[in-house]
Design a binder for this molecule. Structure first.
Ligand code: ADP
Ligand code: MG
Length: 350
C-alpha cells in the first residue's frame, strides 16, 4: 500500500489550467448521436427529444470523506466516480448517455495523477457507452474534489420513481449485498497496520472479491436492459448506495407503505458471509447497513412474478405491506424485528 506516486511528476503549473484541460480531453470520441456538441465550446449541446425525457443526476466525491488516496488507486477512483453516477440514472430505469466531470485539484496532484484518474473515467465511459461532454477544472487549497453529472434518457412511461411502491408488491434486489462494505473494512484495517508499521506488505490477496467490490464497482445497466426486453417496469426503484435498510426506508417513506424483509432472502456472496463472521458482524446487518453495493433495489407488481422468476441475478427478498405494519425483518430464527435506517450518514448527529 503506497501513495499514488509515479516516478515522473509534472506539476500542473507547468501545463496551466488550459493546457491541462487540452491534455486530458484531447482525442475524446463521442459514440451517442444525441451528443451534438461535446468539449470545446462554452457549453455542450445534446438532443434527447426523439428518445424521451431527460434524466439528470449529480454527485460529488470529496477526498477524506468518500475516498482515501492511500488505498484508492486513481484509475479505479475515476472509474468508480463514473459508475456511482451512472447507477443513479439506471435507478430511474433510464439509459445514461453523457457525463460531465469537474475537478478541484490541490498541489499534491500531479499531471500524471490526473492522467491516471482520466484513464479510469475514460474506461468507464467506453464500457458504459457514455460520452464525456464537458466539465470544469480548478484549484483546491487542500484535498481533491470530483463532481460528476450524468445525463440519461428513456421514454417517459418507462421512468421509475421511488414513491410508487404499492401494498402487495414484491421487494427485489439485483446481485448481492454487503461485499463493498467489508472490502472497505479490510482496506481500513490494512491502512492502519501500514501506518503502525511502515513498510509492511498488505495482505489483500485472498479478499480480491470484497476489495474489488469496494474499489471497482459496476452499475447494473444489464437490469435496465433486462426489464425492457421482458416487458417489465418495476413499480419503484432505487440504487443501493447507502445500505439496504436506508434504501428501503426511502422507498417506504416516499411511497407511504411499509415492508417486510425475509433475512433468508437477502442475497450474500459466500466471501461476505465468511468475512462478516471473521469481523464478528452479522452478515444480514452488513447487507442492511453497509452500502456502496450499487445494486438496484426495486418493487414489482405480483402479477409480474412469472416474468421475474426466471431472470438471472434477481432476488425476491420481501413484500410491501401497509404503512401501519412498519418496516420489519423476519429473521431466519422466526423472529420479527423493526429495521432501523442505519445507512451511511455523512453528517452524524451527535
Ligand atoms: P469556461 O471558461 O467556459 O468554463 P473551460 O476553459 O473551463 O471553459 O473549459 C473548456 C472546455 O473544456 C469546455 O468544453 C469544458 O466543458 C471542458 N472541460 C473543462 N474541464 C474539463 C474536465 N475536467 N473534464 C472534461 N472537460 C473539461
Ligand atoms: Mg470552466
Amino acid at each position: 500500500m503506497s501513495e499514488n506516486t509515479k516516478e515522473k511528476r509534472t506539476e500542473i503549473g507547468t501545463l496551466g489550467e488550459f493546457g491541462l484541460i487540452d491534455h486530458i480531453t484531447k482525442d475524446l470520441p463521442t459514440v451517442n448521436p444525441s451528443t451534438i456538441k461535446s468539449i470545446g465550446d462554452d457549453a455542450a449541446v445534446i438532443d434527447h427529444s426523439k428518445e424521451g425525457v431527460t434524466v439528470i443526476s449529480t454527485d460529488t466525491l470529496v477526498e477524506g470523506i468518500h475516498f482515501d488516496l492511500m488505498y484508492n488507486p486513481l484509475k479505479h477512483l475515476g472509474y468508480k466516480a463514473v459508475v456511482v453516477n451512472l447507477s443513479d440514472i439506471y435507478a430511474m430505469n433510464a439509459y445514461p448517455k453523457q457525463i460531465t466531470v469537474s475537478l478541484a485539484l490541490s498541489n499534491r496532484i500531479s499531471v500524471e495523477a490526473v492522467e491516471e484518474l482520466y484513464e479510469g473515467i475514460k474506461s468507464a465511459c467506453e464500457y458504459y457507452k457514455v460520452d464525456l461532454i464537458g466539465g470544469d477544472t480548478t484549484a483546491s487549497p487542500s484535498g481533491m474534489f470530483i463532481n460528476l453529472t450524468a445525463i440519461g434518457v428513456n421514454k417517459k412511461e418507462r421512468i421509475v420513481y421511488r414513491n410508487t411502491a404499492k401494498v402487495g408488491d414484491l421487494l427485489c434486489v439485483s446481485g448481492n449485498l454487503g461485499a463493498a462494505y467489508l472490502g472497505l473494512q479490510i482496506l481500513e484495517r490494512e491502512k492502519q497496520l501500514y501506518l503502525d508499521t511502515p513498510g509492511i506488505q498488505p495482505d489483500l490477496e485472498e479478499q480480491q472479491y470484497l476489495i474489488g467490490r469496494q474499489l471497482k464497482p459496476e452499475a447494473r445497466f444489464d437490469m435496465v436492459e433486462l426489464f425492457e426486453k421482458n416487458g417489465l417496469i418495476p413499480t419503484s426503484m432505487i440504487d443501493v448506495s447507502d445500505g439496504l435498510a436506508s434504501e428501503i426506508f426511502h422507498i417506504c417513506k416516499q411511497s407511504g407503505v411499509g415492508a417486510i424483509v425475509e433475512e433468508s432472502g437477502i442475497p450474500l456472496h459466500p466471501d461476505t458471509e465468511q468475512m462478516a463472521i471473521k469481523f464478528k458482524m452479522d452478515p444480514a446487518t452488513v447487507a442492511l447497513s453497509g452500502g456502496e453495493d450499487y445494486e438496484l433495489m426495486f418493487t414489482i407488481n405480483p402479477n409480474d412474478m412469472e416474468k421475474v422468476k426466471f431472470l438471472p441475478d434477481i432476488y425476491i427478498m420481501g413484500e410491501i405491506v401497509e404503512k401501519s405494519e412498519g418496516i420489519k425483518l423476519h429473521t431466519k430464527g422466526g423472529n420479527i424485528h423493526p429495521i432501523k435506517a442505519q445507512g451511511w450518514v455523512h453528517f452524524p448527529t451527535k
